[in-house]
Design a protein. Structure first.
Length: 261
């Protein structure tokens, strides 16, 4: 099965992360497939809106275990290139000229939170859980940080970046990461209501409205590319650092990092 399915339904493209056996965790294949799907949607004039979701119990669990194992052993230069690919995915989603809806069907951790933050509208099941737990590995949520901070604000980001704690769907709603929470059996109906609203707007006006809102918020695609390069260099440096290696090894081997004694 493909890592990402692009399913057209009328004028809506459904991008479905399809690795349920690993809770739709990121690896290089999923990152490439999702980036390609976004690029295809951008080029298709028949597509008016995009729904991003996952199969199975989770939206996306963040980094895949086997992928992390490979990155832990890779060079700083290879880690930087890897991080730049993830950064490009987030940037393409953030600045896609068409309205995007995150259908958050379950847990979103790490980069999964980044995907939610990059979508224009996010609707989650009321049982979904979220986390930015990178510090527990001796790392930071580097390439997703501009989008997460824009979504939840600096004050909330400072706490969650530092604690790595799990937070609930109601908390995500209160801080602005998601716009609505609903019971799981009402998720599709809630998404359809939003899509109904989106189809009433002019597509050119919506593209300009999105660009306007992002610009007023200080978000510019060209400037973000430079920020991405800086943040990719940061996460690459941390992955190969003694603390990063300690944290990644502890996670992979199910032991405790040295800073926990």
């Amino acid at each position: 099965m493909p890592a990402v399915e692009l399913i057209p339904k009328g004028h809506v493209a459904h991008l479905v992360m399809n690795r349920p056996e690993v809770h739709n965790a990121f690896d290089d294949g999923l990152i490439a497939a999702l980036t390609d799907a976004i690029d295809a949607v951008e080029r298709d004039p028949a597509i008016r809106a995009v729904v991003l979701t996952g199969t199975g119990a989770s939206f996306s669990a963040g980094a895949d275990l086997r992928w992390m194992r490979g990155m832990a052993a890779a060079s700083e230069a290879d880690n930087r290139e890897d991080s730049l690919r993830l950064a490009r995915l987030m940037r393409r989603l953030q600045f896609l000229a068409k309205p995007t809806v995150a259908r958050v069907n379950g847990a979103a951790f790490g980069g999964g939170v980044g995907l939610v933050a990059c979508c224009d509208i996010a609707i989650a099941t009321d049982g979904a859980k979220f986390a930015l737990s990178e510090v527990k590995l001796g790392l930071v949520p580097a390439v997703i940080s501009p989008y997460v901070v824009a979504a939840i604000g600096l004050r909330q980001a400072r706490r969650l970046f530092l604690t790595g704690e799990i937070f609930t769907a109601p908390a995500a709603l209160a801080m602005g990461l998601v716009h609505e929470t609903v019971p799981a059996d009402e998720l599709d109906a809630a998404v359809e209501r939003v899509l109904g609203l989106l189809t009433k707007g002019g597509p050119v006006a919506q593209a300009e409205a999105k660009r306007l809102a992002l610009g007023m918020g200080g978000m510019d695609a060209a400037a973000m590319e430079a920020t991405d390069a800086t943040n990719a260099a940061l996460i690459a440096k941390l992955r190969v650092s003694p603390e990063g290696q300690d944290g990644l090894t502890a996670f992979l081997e199910k032991t405790q990092p040295s800073w926990l004694g």
